[in-house]
Design a binder for this molecule. Structure first.
Ligand SMILES: *[C@@H]1O[C@H](CO)[C@@H](O)[C@H](O)[C@H]1NC(C)=O
Ligand SMILES: *[C@@H]1O[C@H](CO)[C@@H](O)[C@H](O)[C@H]1NC(C)=O
Ligand SMILES: CC(=O)N[C@H]1CO[C@H](CO)[C@@H](O)[C@@H]1O
Length: 295
């Protein structure tokens, strides 16, 4: 045995004795950053290309509207950019699986061209779109001094976690260093930026609401007001953040149910986890104001 491999073996042994790592292949990485990060798997260790393909198996079908646009590598590149903030990286494996399933549930619901009788079921058709095809308006809120609309630009739904309105394109562009106010079309032309915008939204709280990330990792603590309004930690609160009164607060809602069934399907079929946590819906929750991000 050479010196280097002896040392590697010793490091491995120490890691295994400490019980720090469940997977030998992670042992060296985990050991090096053990104090900082624990040994939680990275997003790409938990979620591989085959899982992405299975989750979005019809995205390149003839019927899809964004053929060839969305890829596993594009998602992973964006996920890596937010690794240091903990996207899909904290809380241990079950929490990580729930966070990723929840993220993709919203993405798939929002970009789906599935229907109830669709081949492989209605949840197999996410990432069919990368933009709204027949927008009814420009989603320009006039008088916004911070993020004024550019002449001729339309701020309709684009991306993986579709953005709407100038006051949402504006702060996202600032965060990603892209001029999305003048060039909103970037979100349906550049896959990398489309995924980055989606993960940035997921990670960023606003004045009036927590981030979906904080909710899914159990970091969000309801205030007294939240408790009085039946807002509790769980997937349902992420729907409230994304859709507010459109889908929450009035009992049954088919769009809310679609998000929930995407979440449960991905968790069970892709991540092999049966426990989705509690408070899956927002039917009885008081709705929160739809403010996008605090900037
Ligand atoms: C997409 O955006 C990234 C980040 O700004 C850039 O590096 C890349 O070249 C762009 N890709 C295309 C096809 O324009
Ligand atoms: C709590 O709810 C009340 C009644 O809706 C509202 O007036 C108040 O501003 C809320 N407080 C906070 C901190 O959101
Ligand atoms: C940084 C971090 O969240 N580390 C987590 C790794 O996973 C364990 C559970 O397996 C958590 O307790 C740690 O908090």
């Amino acid at each position: 045995m050479g010196r280097a491999s002896e040392m590697a073996a010793a490091v491995l042994l120490v890691a295994m004795v400490l019980g720090a790592c469940s997977q030998v292949s992670n042992a060296l990485v985990c050991t090096k950053e053990f104090k900082e990060k624990g040994c939680n798997k990275t997003v790409s260790e938990l979620f591989n290309a085959e899982m992405f393909e299975a989750m979005f198996k019809h995205r390149n079908d003839k019927a899809a509207h964004a053929q060839g646009f969305w890829s596993y590598d594009g998602f992973i590149a964006a996920a890596k950019m937010f690794e240091k903030d903990g996207f899909g990286m904290v809380g241990g494996e079950d929490v990580q699986k729930r966070e990723l399933s929840a993220f993709f549930a919203h993405v798939a619901h929002e970009t789906s061209c599935g229907w109830s009788g669709a081949k492989d079921g209605p949840t197999a058709w996410g990432l069919c779109y990368n933009q709204e095809l027949a927008p009814e308006k420009d989603y320009c809120k006039t008088g916004d001094l911070m993020y004024p609309c550019a002449p001729g630009a339309g701020y309709y739904g684009r991306g993986a976690f579709p953005l709407y309105w100038n006051y949402n394109y504006g702060p996202t562009g600032v965060a990603l260093k892209q001029d999305l106010l003048h060039h909103p079309e970037i979100l349906s032309q550049n896959e990398t930026i489309a995924w980055q915008a989606a993960v940035w939204y997921w990670m960023t709280p606003a004045k009036t609401r927590p981030s979906p990330h904080e909710i899914m990792i159990g970091k969000w603590v309801p205030t007294k007001n939240d408790t009085l309004a039946y807002r509790k930690p769980g997937f349902g609160m992420t729907i409230n953040v994304k859709a507010s009164d459109v889908e929450c607060g009035h009992g049954e809602d088919p769009r809310m149910q679609s998000r929930i069934s995407h979440y449960l399907t991905f968790l069970r079929d892709t991540f092999q986890l049966d426990d989705p946590g509690s408070n899956l819906d927002c039917g009885l929750q008081g709705v929160i104001p739809l403010a996008y991000a605090s900037m």
